[in-house]
Each structure stands twice: as C-alpha cells, then as structure tokens.
Design a protein around this ligand. Structure first.
Ligand code: PLP
Ligand code: COI
Length: 344
C-alpha cells in the first residue's frame, strides 16, 4: 500500500493511487450481505462472470472534500446511489439500497481518512463505487451473484488545464451511445465506446470529444466524461437527450444558475448554437467545470471560438466558485447537498 507521505497533494492529477482499504458487499441467494473490509487491491472473479462477457458492470464517481474547518464533506451521495439504482434497473442487476451505499461510503472514508487531501491543496478524495456481475453464464442472461465495492483515490484536476479553457473536437465518425441504448446509465460499455475517439482527440491536442446525438448528428450530447452547458444572454443552456448521463454536477449547476438569477433551459441544443454561446463548459464530478476554449468541427471544417480572450467567462467562474465553495464548506449548504463528517 502506498504511503500517503509520498503524495504531493497539490500536484496530483486524476490517477490511481492505492489507499489503505476498500469495502465490499456480495449479493448472493437473492440478498445483499454485510459490508466487508479488505486491504487487497485484488478481486477474484469467475472466468465466466457476466461482467467480463456481457458487460454487467456499473460504476459511480463522487468526491470527498476536506474543508478549511477540517471537516469532511461528500457531495450529494444520495444522487449517486439513486443513479446506480437506475443503472441496475437498466442492465438487470440487483439494486443496492441507498442506506447500504451510504454506509459503504462512510466506512471507506473512515478507513482512509488520511488520504483525504488537505483544504489548501485544492485536491479531493475520489470515491469509486463499482457493481459487477460475478455469477457464471455462457448464455446471455443476468448473473445470480454480484459484488459491490468502493475504493477511493486522491485526485487533482481531470483535464490537465484545470479551470483554464481548453479546445474540444466534434468527430462524427464516432458515437458514444445510441438514443435508446445505455447512454443514461453509468456502465463501462459506454466508456469503451468512447476510448478510441477520446485517445484520437487527445493526440490531436483536444481535451475531449463533443459527441453529437447518434441519430441525426445535429444536437450536442455531451463532452467525453462530462455534460455540456452553454451560456447565452444570462441563460444556462444544457442538452436534454436520451443518450447522456444525468450528471449530478449539471443538476447542481442548474440550481445554482437559478439561484444566481439566470434562466435555465434544458432542451435539445443544436450544434449551430455553438456559434452563439458567450461561454461554454464541460461539467462533472471529475471535470468540475472545464471551460471550453473553442470547438473544432473536424468533419465540416468549422471552428467555433467560445472564449475570445482565452479566459473562463464570468458566469462559468461564478458557478465554479459557488460549487467549490459549497463542496469545501466555504458557502452555506442551502440545498442540503452535503453529507458532513464532523470528525474524520
Ligand atoms: N457524463 C459522463 C459520460 C460521465 O462519465 C460523467 C461523470 O460521472 C458525467 C457526465 C458527469 O456526471 P456527474 O456530474 O454526476 O459526475
Ligand atoms: C466522474 O466524473 O466521476 C467520471 O466518472 C468521469 C470519468 C472519470 C469516468
């Protein structure tokens, strides 16, 4: 196990660092068992497990933040529990009750509290719940055994540019999810589908791919591992689509935008609207807000300049600061979003 002393909190990227413990829970004979603690990074899994062959695999992502007051806050974990339940319904896995999900988060934080980065570092502890089919099948069918586990790893910014605007690309040769497929679920297959285009985009100097709807290629879906938003005339505009992940961050930003007096529109966003946005960004747990510098449409050879001066816009900045302040306990938690740990 890695010693936390070896970690330089403020230069952490979004990588995997081993921590002390993870927690696990098995579903067998039709019921979830008790939480178990493990100090091993390894899992043992039958070679005929459905997660390996037929993609019965779901994950979640959320973060714990240590505040200036020393207290630890986890942002909206009930939302992640609910989304995991939705994913389970989507790919026929047993739903994990919210209380058990929260118990696992509490436990894994307690066991790894010295890996929660200090306030000053601006880093956080990424929490990764995973639920996989363990049961053996060769015919295509759901498993009869499952494993839920949660591990944690300290992280910094996901996009190397952090809160600096970065360029993104449209590439119509790749889809991430089909309109009636699994795009609204957090399953590994969606990420497998995005790997090739994501790596290609990075090689070309872009921080992410902006996926368009797979059917018509006319509307913006999302930005790699994050939702999309644009700002125009004091309005926060974000796509409504049947093939994107319902983002907890985006849902929160919609509320914060409203709190700040902006109008909020969640509707199909035509790709041509990119020419009209005063600001735009990618948002998610890992991405937080990653402002968009420009969007290059690599098929139609068009370029949409979003940030004229290369800086994040004022509304994106205000939203970013408000969100981070709530997460770190520097701004009142008016919406009851934070799960607070007084003594971790
Ligand atoms: N979209 C995709 C494809 C993601 O992987 C994520 C990350 O979880 C998001 C959006 C943002 O969702 P959230 O804000 O809940 O992290
Ligand atoms: C997250 O923001 O939690 C994600 O899941 C994005 C990525 C690391 C998969």
């Amino acid at each position: 196990m890695e010693n936390k002393q070896e970690l330089d909190w403020s230069s952490l990227g979004f990588g995997y660092h081993p921590t002390h413990y993870n927690v696990r829970c098995y579903w067998r004979d039709g019921a979830w068992g008790e939480l178990e603690v493990s100090d091993s990074e390894m899992i043992t899994i039958p070679m005929a497990a459905t997660s390996l062959h037929y993609g019965q695999e779901a994950f979640e992502g959320l973060k714990a933040f240590r505040g200036r007051d020393g207290k630890v806050r986890v942002f909206r974990p009930e939302e992640n529990a609910a989304r995991l339940q939705s994913t389970c319904r989507g790919i026929l896995m047993p739903e994990l009750p919210t209380e058990r999900f929260l118990e696992a988060i509490d436990r894994v934080l307690e066991l790894n509290k010295d890996f929660i980065p200090p306030y000053e570092s601006g880093a956080s502890l990424y929490i990764r719940p995973l639920l996989i089919g363990l049961g053996k099948q060769v015919g295509i069918a759901p498993a009869n055994e499952y494993l839920f586990l949660v591990f944690v790893t300290p992280v910094g910014a996901y996009f190397k540019t952090g809160f600096r605007p970065s360029p993104m690309a449209i590439m119509r040769g790749y889809d991430r999810a089909a309109p009636l497929g699994t795009g609204t679920y957090k399953v590994g297959g969606n990420y497998a589908a995005s790997l090739k285009s994501g790596v290609l985009a990075h090689e070309l100097g872009y921080s992410a791919v902006i996926y368009l709807d797979a059917k018509e290629k006319l509307y913006i879906d999302e930005c790699g591992p994050a939702n999309f938003f644009g700002i125009r005339e004091n309005t926060y505009i974000t796509p409504k689509s049947s093939s994107i992940l319902p983002s907890v961050t985006n849902k929160s930003l919609m509320q914060l935008a409203q709190d700040m007096g902006l109008k909020v529109e969640q509707r199909p966003v035509h790709v041509d609207e990119l020419a009209t946005f005063e600001e735009a960004g990618a948002c998610g747990t890992a991405a937080v807000i990653s402002p968009i510098l420009r969007v290059d449409d690599l098929d139609e050879h068009k370029q949409y300049i979003i940030s004229k001066d290369g800086n994040p816009g004022p509304i994106s900045t205000a939203l970013y600061e408000r969100l981070r302040a709530i997460q770190y306990g520097d701004y009142p938690d008016e919406h009851g979003w934070v799960r607070l740990y007084e003594s971790l």
